[in-house]
Each structure stands twice: as C-alpha cells, then as structure tokens.
Design a protein around this ligand. Structure first.
Ligand code: ADP
Length: 291
C-alpha cells in the first residue's frame, strides 16, 4: 500500500480514560481520509500521535516512513490546529510570510491566498478578521509549505455554507494534484462530500473503515421511506424514524418489506427505497442517537 502516514495498533490512555484502544489505519497518497466520530471518540488524540505531538502508549506510527517525532518526517506536513491566535498587529500577508519562512519550498502567497478567498484581505490586520476569515487563514497556513500531507482538524467548524464549500473545493484540488489529506470532522456531510475513505472512530476503537459506499454496505440495511398516517409493526424492521407525515424504516430486505406493506394494505404514498445515508450508517454503527 502506498501509505503516506499510518498508525498500527496504537493505544493511548490518559489517567483512567482509554482514548485509543488499538487503532490501525493509513493515509494513502493523493487521497482524502476523513476521521469521523462523536466528541471524545479519540480523533484528536490519533491525529496528535500521527503528527508526532504525542507519543502513543503502544503500537507504532509512521509519517513518510519515519518516526513522526523526527523533524525530518514533519517537513512535508501541513497542520491546522483547532484554535489559533494570530499576533493582532500583523497583517494577513505578514502572517503568511512568517509561516512560509519555515519551509524550503513555500507556496506563492498570492496563489495561496487566492485559493482560500483571502487575497483581497491581504493587507487587513488579523485582529480585524471575522471568525470565518480567521478560520480560512488558519487553513490556508496549513498549505503554506506546499505539504504532501495536510492534516486538518475540524477545518470547517464555524464556517458558513459558502465558505465551507469553497474550502472543500480547495481541499479537493489539493488531492487531485497528488496531495494527501487527513481530516477530522463531525459533519458527516463533509466526509461524504470530500473523502475517498472514511474511518469511523467510537470510544477509541475503529468501527468501520472504507469508502462511503462500503460503510453503507457494512451496515447492510436499506431505507424504505413513505408517507402514511400509521404504520403497523412489521417484520425485519430494525429502526423507525418519523418526521411529520414521512416514515422511514430501516431493513435488511427492502423487497420483502414493500411486499408486506402491500399485503397488509398500508395506504402509503411517495414510496422511496434507497441505500442508508452515511449519517444513518454512522448512527446505526455507533448506536448513538444524536451527534
Ligand atoms: P475527539 O477528538 O474525538 O473529541 P479526543 O482524542 O480529544 O477525542 O479525546 C478522547 C478521550 O480522551 C476523551 O474521553 C477525552 O476526554 C480524553 N482526553 C483527551 N485529551 C486528554 C488529556 N490531555 N487529559 C485527559 N483526558 C484526555
């Protein structure tokens, strides 16, 4: 496998909390891997170990084939921290220069700022940036050193829909040009839109790893949705959701369920049979009822 970064059987315990209980996964060249999981799942811990900020208690981590704690391994790594404070008296372009100076072959500042919709703000003091602009600058800085691997921790948290889509486009372009991306997110929609593969973490364990389609298959259920006033208990239904007049039933055998609806004369309208959505697969796998 063409792994840019990988962890094998990593474990981490903080006091009595087991944050990671033996997780193995790899980021491949030119691919986007999304690490998905509810708060406390262990995503940040895994990322910190992979980029050499935290030693694991067990297992191993490799970054570009080396120990991630070695500076040489981190040279082609771009990182977005979850929170960033910029010196308020610096302008956007000065912050970019400061970060570029750390790298042997940095990105052209205009290319970088344009890609993240910040070129027209290049002379603005960072103290005068809005929350969303600040966030975009943080993410842009992860790409300042022209990394081979960008690690983005919850990159679009707090961004409006338009900025989020713009950012997705920039990340996709980076991957199309051969870059690799590891991103953590709790937006399933983001994983669905961006990721070649998704890893679902839950309580320090990997519940699923694969393409969105593979994860849906792993759940092995279809969704049968329709409008009806009442629905009798039906065999083979593992979960029922109702939203206004619309009912969604999850079942392994959709054909059988639809035949049963007809046989019992349930007066359904606008029937739709479809694969489970990633969000639903996630809920079914983790047994969580909310995010
Ligand atoms: P996520 O990023 O998925 O929200 P984290 O990796 O931050 O998850 O946390 C995993 C678990 O480890 C949580 O139960 C969290 O409370 C705990 N944890 C994380 N960092 C520390 C720390 N520095 N000290 C003690 N517990 C921690």
């Amino acid at each position: 496998m063409n792994a840019i970064a990988e962890v094998q059987g990593i474990k981490k315990t903080y006091g009595k909390t087991q944050a990671l209980a033996g997780v193995s996964l790899a980021v491949e060249a030119g691919k986007v891997l999304a690490l998905l999981g509810p708060n406390g799942a262990g995503k940040t811990t895994l990322v910190k170990i992979l980029v050499g900020l935290l030693p694991p208690d067990g297992g191993s981590a490799r970054l570009f084939g080396e120990d991630p704690r070695r500076p040489a391994a981190r040279r082609r790594l771009g990182l977005t921290p979850q929170e960033t404070g910029f010196p308020p008296t610096l302008r956007v372009r000065e912050v970019v220069e400061l970060v570029r100076a750390h790298y042997p072959e940095p990105e052209n500042p205009r290319t970088l700022l344009t890609r993240f919709g910040l070129w027209n703000l290049k002379d603005r003091l960072t103290a005068r940036l809005s929350g969303g602009e600040r966030r975009r600058l943080t993410i842009a800085l992860a790409f300042a050193g022209r990394p081979k691997l960008a690690v983005l921790d919850e990159p679009t948290t707090g961004l409006d829909v338009e900025s989020r889509r713009g950012l997705w486009q920039a990340i996709r372009r980076f991957a199309e040009a051969g870059g690799s991306v590891l991103l953590t997110t709790h937006y399933l929609e983001e994983a669905e839109a961006l990721a070649d593969r998704v890893a679902i973490l839950h309580r320090g364990r990997l519940l699923a790893l694969g393409t969105v389609a593979e994860i849906r298959d792993q759940v092995g259920l279809k969704r049968v949705a329709f409008e009806a006033e009442t629905v009798p208990d039906l065999p083979g239904v593992v979960r029922v959701e109702r939203s206004g007049p619309r009912v969604t039933l999850f079942t392994a055998d959709a054909d059988r369920l639809v035949r049963e609806l007809v046989r019992r004369g349930v007066p359904f309208r606008n029937l739709e049979v479809s694969p489970v959505r990633l969000e639903e697969a996630f809920l079914l796998l983790t047994g969580e009822t909310g995010r």
